[in-house]
Design a protein around this ligand. Structure first.
Ligand SMILES: [Fe+2]
Ligand SMILES: [Fe+2]
Length: 185
């Protein structure tokens, strides 16, 4: 069977001069800004994937860590896993209620470089630091979403405030772990 010829559309080269020209030309359409609801759904989607990735990395680290010093951290991660899954489910339900769609794994792009299992399975402080960074990222994402919702969607805002409070508790817990583990050296 003969393969049909695929037409390659030549992408316009973007130079500074071209960008300047296109800014002046009415024919060059700027990227369409998201309407408020679409922007909120996009923010919820980003938070959803953060929760899923956090869950994956908490599972891995709660299994991989070794040693007496790791026990407390493993226990804490194990307790957080169902909480983070619950967060993802809450976000997914709200995405659907707003007319969006919860995506499958093909849409996933990892972003938690610091929460990858460390080379040494006894490097507990590396995991604690990774958890703090992941929780900080979730806190920032919920704060952003809360601001996006202001005056537009108080139900989503209320949901995100609740999730934000839980992430702040997690983050504080791991900050106190970090103090203790740094003291132990
Ligand atoms: Fe979470
Ligand atoms: Fe959390």
């Amino acid at each position: 069977m003969a393969a049909s010829k695929s037409k390659k559309s030549a992408a316009p080269a973007k130079s500074a001069a071209a960008a300047k020209a296109s800014a002046a030309a009415p024919a060059a359409k700027p990227a369409k800004p998201l309407n408020p609801r679409a922007a909120i759904i996009a923010a919820l989607n980003a938070a959803y994937w953060m929760e899923i990735e956090t869950t994956l990395n908490y599972i891995a680290n709660s299994i991989n860590l070794d040693g007496v010093r790791a026990e407390e951290i493993k226990k804490s991660l194990l307790m957080d896993i169902p909480v983070e899954i619950g967060h993802a489910q809450t976000l997914g339900k709200r995405i659907k209620e707003l007319g969006g769609k919860v995506q499958g794994s093909a849409a996933f792009t990892p972003g938690q470089a610091r929460l990858q299992p460390p080379r040494s399975s006894t490097d507990v402080t590396a995991v604690i630091r990774g958890v703090i960074e992941a929780e900080d990222a979730a806190i920032a994402q919920y704060n952003l979403t809360i601001r996006l919702c202001e005056g537009i969607d108080y139900v989503t805002q209320d949901t995100c405030i609740r999730l934000l409070a839980e992430e702040e508790t997690h983050c504080q817990e791991f900050h106190s772990f970090l103090k203790e583990y740094q003291k132990k050296g």
